[in-house]
Design a protein around this ligand. Structure first.
Ligand SMILES: Nc1ncnc2c1ncn2[C@@H]1O[C@H](COP(=O)(O)OP(=O)(O)OP(=O)(O)O)[C@@H](O)[C@H]1O
Ligand SMILES: [Mg+2]
Length: 509
């Protein structure tokens, strides 16, 4: 077997989007058959665009893509399906009210006559999940599954048609460390079965743990393609960013801030277990950042929903700045000073089809700086939005472009900029740096720190334990909707020390 032959070769691939954005500029490199090939690069570097070209979703403007050494017509109908290329997109594409089976077979349902053969579809999915050891409940509806389970469904969907090349665009952004570990075991097994994997991530330790080769893209051009064994993390960061990035731990908040947010014995009794909470007592003081750790689905979503008015407690009490908030709506929380960075900025935070301006000012209705009576102060709005995107280094073409013309990470940064623009008294930062590159993540951390220092209470929910321990003053671990550990001095903790609590094996509450 010629395992060194390239399965894919990009030759001078360039892409200019209709609005004039040059996303790729003469990108040239090979992907070896049977390898796990990582693609790194800052937000907007062109990673997703290149993958969409290979998947036949976006046409390229010039250059060519070779598949098994022959020029490929990526614009041909069902190009990816016919060539065994599967892709898990940066933003999930599952249909929430449908079941696992329905999602996986969507578009290529087995039929008997004119009817979809449901029994055969179900059997196919069970056989697929057995073959790849990706266990999912075939009849569960997507909206009832944890993100990790949804991720498995996405991967099964991508593998459903004799896939030999699997593209994963930031598949780990929503997973917690044990889930990532499990995903990697599966991906290595796929590689050993001969499947070539293309893997995009902003996390270097993941790239190193999984991939054998890395290509770095910068502003649409290939910087280099190297075996990981021959390049250090610092070198990769320098290639990605063009400079070194220092990552430091946040200095602890001055202790003794007055309690701002108080939950006493709060319980929710929801149908969906991911929102169910039992006997939660928790205080966050002014200036304090409390970090929430836990495997996905341990109650984080319920907690965030409670503190943003999307869910109300069945028992216990919530107070903010002395006021009872048990029945508060989202608008009430906003008025009390809530800023909320939602975990899923596309479905909750932003509206992909609206312009950057509309997205950047959403929720500021009635702000006298933006509005004079019924009239929008357009000049002031443009200045405000321009300052915001500059400060957060959002890469964009023009503020009248649509949000979905931004790269994934740049869209995240825009919503983050909007939420941090005011002077919040309570900040919920839910996976704040998901999908955001190293330099922008460092900047966002400094802004969250500044919000805390200005006297706000901050609730940080993140699957990234390094981020958690760098930012938080105190760590609370959730398991099965309960607090199983309340650990002061986050500075003295390690990710490994949190593991047993996160898995529900130990308690320290
Ligand atoms: N549909 C689109 N229309 C116009 N411009 C686009 C579109 N999609 C992406 N772009 C632009 O192309 C460039 C590359 O975007 P791409 O999504 O490929 O970046 P990326 O490397 O995947 O970034 P991230 O890490 O943020 O996901 C960016 O400048 C982006 O704004
Ligand atoms: Mg992307």
């Amino acid at each position: 077997m010629t395992s060194n032959a390239p399965i894919v070769a990009f030759e001078k691939v360039s892409k200019t989007y209709p609005n004039g954005t040059v996303a790729l500029n003469d990108a040239t490199f090979d992907i070896r058959k049977g390898s796990i090939h990582a693609i790194c690069g800052e937000n907007g570097a062109g990673k997703s665009t290149l993958m969409k070209i290979l998947f036949g979703l976006e046409p390229h403007s010039s250059g060519q893509v070779l598949l098994d050494g022959a020029a490929a017509d990526t614009a041909a109908p069902d190009f990816a399906g016919r060539n065994g290329i599967g892709m898990v997109h940066q933003h999930f594409s599952l249909v929430a009210p449908l079941t696992v089976v329905e999602n996986i077979i969507l578009g290529h349902e087995p039929r008997s006559g004119l009817l979809i053969d449901r029994r055969r579809a179900r059997e196919q999915v069970i056989e697929l999940s057995r073959r790849y050891e990706l266990n999912v409940a075939p009849d569960a509806r997507i909206e009832t599954l944890s993100v990790a389970a949804q991720q498995k469904v996405e991967i099964l969907k991508a593998l459903a048609r004799e896939t030999r090349l699997l593209i994963l665009d930031e598949p780990t952004a929503v997973l917690s460390p044990p889930e990532i570990e499990e995903l990697f075991v599966r991906l290595r097994a796929l590689r050993d079965d001969g499947i070539t994997i293309l893997f995009i991530s902003h996390k270097l330790h993941e790239v190193r743990a999984l991939a054998d080769t890395v290509t770095v893209l910068r502003a649409g051009s290939v910087v280099d393609t190297l075996p990981l064994a021959e390049v250090s993390d610092a070198e990769i960061t320098r290639m990605v960013m063009g400079r070194n990035i220092d990552i430091v731990r946040r200095e602890a908040s001055p202790s003794g801030g007055a309690p701002l947010l108080e939950l006493s014995n709060v319980a929710t009794n929801t149908r969906d277990t991911a929102d169910r909470l039992t006997n939660i007592s928790l205080t966050i003081g002014a200036n304090e950042i409390v970090g929430i750790a836990g495997v996905d689905g341990s109650g984080q979503r319920g907690l965030v929903s409670l503190l943003s008015g999307q869910l109300h407690p069945n028992a216990g009490a919530i107070r903010f700045a002395g006021k009872v908030m048990d029945k508060a709506s989202t608008a009430d929380w906003r008025r009390a000073g809530l800023a909320h960075l939602p975990a899923d900025r596309f479905t909750q935070g932003g509206t992909p089809g609206l312009t950057l301006i509309d997205n950047a000012i959403a929720g500021t209705d009635g702000d006298p700086a933006m509005q004079w009576g019924p009239f929008l102060r357009r000049g002031a709005i443009r200045r405000h939005v321009n300052a915001m995107v500059r400060e957060f280094a959002v890469r964009f073409r023009g503020i009248s472009e649509r949000l979905d013309s931004l790269s994934g990470g740049n869209a995240q940064k825009l919503i983050a900029a909007r939420e941090l623009a005011g002077s919040p008294r309570l900040l919920i930062a839910d996976q704040p740096t998901r999908g955001i590159d190293v330099a922008s993540a460092a900047f966002l951390h400094s802004r969250i720190d500044a919000v805390a220092r200005s006297g706000a209470a901050v609730l940080l929910v993140t699957a990234d334990l390094d981020e958690l321990l760098r930012l938080a003053d105190r760590v609370i671990v959730l398991f099965d909707g309960r607090i199983v550990a309340n650990l002061p001095n986050a500075a003295d903790l390690t990710p490994a020390a949190l593991g047993p609590y996160m898995l529900g094996l130990e308690q320290a509450a």
